[in-house]
Design a protein around this ligand. Structure first.
Ligand code: GDP
Ligand code: MN
Length: 391
C-alpha cells in the first residue's frame, strides 16, 4: 500500500526527521488559511498522487503570491495528473500539499528498502539527488552508497559517519544524518515499510538536512497490525480492478493477453500461465482466488476477469484441497449463470470429490468444457480462444 507525500511527511515528523512546514488541503476554501499557517514568502503547491516525477509533469509548482497560489491550486484540485511513473494513466488530484519554500544548497538521494539478498534493511544514498536515480546508478555507480543494516544489531553510528563523509556533509548536516537515518530505520521497523524514498533530501543554505519529498510503501501483508495506516489508504489512486480484487481478498493482476485465468494458489496460477504460454496462448490476468474459494468469490472473480474486454476464453483451474470439488462446481455454475457468460469456459478440477464435481458440471445446463489434467486444460483453452467454439 502506498501513502501520499503529506501522510509520509507526518510520519517523518513523528520520528524527528525534518520536513518543510506544510499543510494539506482538499478544498479551495481551505487555501487561504493554509497559506497563513505556512508563513513563507513563496510557497510550493504539490499535487498529492501516488506517483513520483510530478515536478516534470507540472504537479509541483513554486508560487510567488497568494493570488498565484490560488490560480495554481484551482487548476490542480479536481484535475488529474499523468507522470512517467503512472503507466499511461492519469491519477486524480483530490488533495494538495502547500509548503514553505526552502533555499536549496544540495539535493541528495536517500532510500531504505528491504534487501532480500542480504536479508537486511538497506539504505541507498547519493550526492546526486533530485534526478533520476536509475540514470545515476547506470552512468556513475561510484556516486551511489549502500548501508546494510543488520537487523540483529541495528544501525551502527560508524555506518552513518562513513556515508556522511562520503556524501561530503559537514557540521550540522553531518550530525543530522544520524537523526534522519536512525529515525527512518525505526519508522520502517515500526510501520512495516517495504520501501521508503526521500528524493531530494536537501541540504539547505544554512546547512540543515530537510526531507523535501517523501514516498512510503507499506508491506500489505502487515496491514492487519497497522490499523492506523489502513486509515490512510486512498483507493482512488489504485487500479480499480486490483482494488476491487483486494476488497474481495482476491489477488488479481491485469495482463495483456486474451485468456482469463481463475486459479487457487499463487504457485498453481503461475504454472497455469506458463502452460497457456507453452501452448501458444497469452494469459489476460493473474488471479489467485485463495484457499477458501466460496461461490461468492468465484462469482466476483468471474466478474473481474470479464471486466477486460480482451478476454476470449477462461480457464478455471482449481485444486479442491480445503474446499470440496463438488462445492466449487456448484459455485462455478452459479457464477456462470449470474454473470451471463457468453465466452467458452474450460474447467479443470482436482482433489476431494473430484468425480462428483465433474458429474455436476457435466449434468448442468451451462456449457462448460471439462478437462483432465492441466496440460489438457491449457491446450483446450488456447484452442477455444482462437476458434470461439464452446463445445
Ligand atoms: P517529484 O517530482 O514528484 O519527485 O516531486 P518533488 O517533491 O521531488 O519536487 C520536485 C522538485 O521541485 C524538487 O526536486 C525540487 O527541485 C523542487 N522543489 C520542491 N520544493 C522546493 C522548495 O521548497 N524550493 C525549491 N527551490 N525547489 C523545490
Ligand atoms: Mn521527488
Amino acid at each position: 500500500m502506498n501513502l501520499h507525500e503529506y501522510q509520509a511527511k507526518a510520519l517523518f515528523a513523528a520520528y524527528n526527521i525534518p520536513t518543510p512546514k506544510g499543510k494539506m488541503i482538499n478544498g479551495m476554501t481551505q487555501l487561504s488559511a493554509a497559506l497563513e499557517e505556512v508563513a513563507s514568502e513563496r510557497w510550493v503547491v504539490k499535487a498529492q498522487i501516488h506517483a513520483g516525477a510530478r515536478g516534470k509533469a507540472g504537479g509541483v509548482k513554486l508560487v510567488d503570491s497568494k493570488e498565484e497560489a490560488k490560480e495554481v491550486a484551482e487548476k490542480m484540485l479536481g484535475s488529474s495528473l499523468a507522470t512517467v511513473q503512472t503507466a499511461g494513466k492519469a491519477l486524480p488530484i483530490h488533495s494538495l500539499l502547500i509548503e514553505e519554500t526552502l533555499a536549496i544548497q544540495d539535493e541528495l538521494y536517500l532510500s531504505l528498502v528491504v534487501d532480500r539478498i542480504t536479508k537486511t534493511y538497506t539504505f541507498v544514498l547519493s550526492a546526486s539527488g533530485g534526478m533520476d536515480i536509475e540514470a545515476v546508478a547506470e552512468a556513475t555507480p561510484e556516486k551511489i552508497f549502500s548501508v546494510h543494516v543488520d537487523l540483529a544489531v541495528g544501525l551502527m553510528p560508524y555506518q552513518v559517519r562513513e556515508v556522511a563523509f562520503a556524501l561530503g556533509l559537514k557540521g550540522t548536516a553531518f550530525k543530522q544524518l544520524m537523526t534522519v537515518m536512525k529515525g527512518l530505520y525505526q519508522l520502517a521497523l515500526d510501520k512495516d515499510i517495504s520501501l521508503l524514498e526521500i528524493n531530494p533530501l536537501i541540504v539547505t543554505e544554512d546547512n540543515n538536512l530537510v526531507a523535501l519529498d517523501a514516498k512510503i510503501n507499506i508491506d500489505s501483508n502487515a496491514l492487519y497490525r497497522q490499523s492506523e495506516l489502513v486509515q490512510m489508504r486512498d483507493a482512488s489512486q489504485e487500479d480499480e480492478r486490483e482494488a476491487k480484487a483486494a476488497d474481495n481478498q482476491l489477488n488479481y493482476i491485469a495482463l495483456e493477453g486474451d485468456i482469463g485465468c481463475m486459479v487457487n494458489g499463487a504457485g498453481l496460477a503461475m504454472a497455469t500461465m506458463d502452460l497457456i504460454q507453452l501452448n501458444g496462448g497469452n494469459p489476460a490476468n493473474f488471479l489467485d482466488v485463495g484457499g477458501g474459494a466460496t461461490p461468492e468469490r468465484v462469482a466476483e472473480a468471474f466478474k473481474l476477469i470479464l471486466s477486460s474486454s480482451e478476454v476470449k476464453s477462461i480457464l478455471v483451474n482449481i485444486f479442491g484441497g480445503i474446499v470440496r470439488c463438488d462445492l466449487i462446481a456448484e459455485g462455478i455454475i452459479q457464477a456462470v449463470k449470474e454473470v451471463g457468460l457468453t465466452i467458452p469456459v474450460v474447467v479443470r478440477l482436482e482433489g476431494t470429490n473430484v468425480e462428483l464435481g465433474k458429474e455436476i458440471l457435466a449434468n448442468s445446463d451451462v456449457s462448460i468444457i471439462t478437462a483432465d489434467g492441466l496440460a489438457d486444460a491449457a491446450q483446450k483453452v488456447v484452442e477455444v480462444a482462437k476458434t470461439g467454439v464452446t463445445s
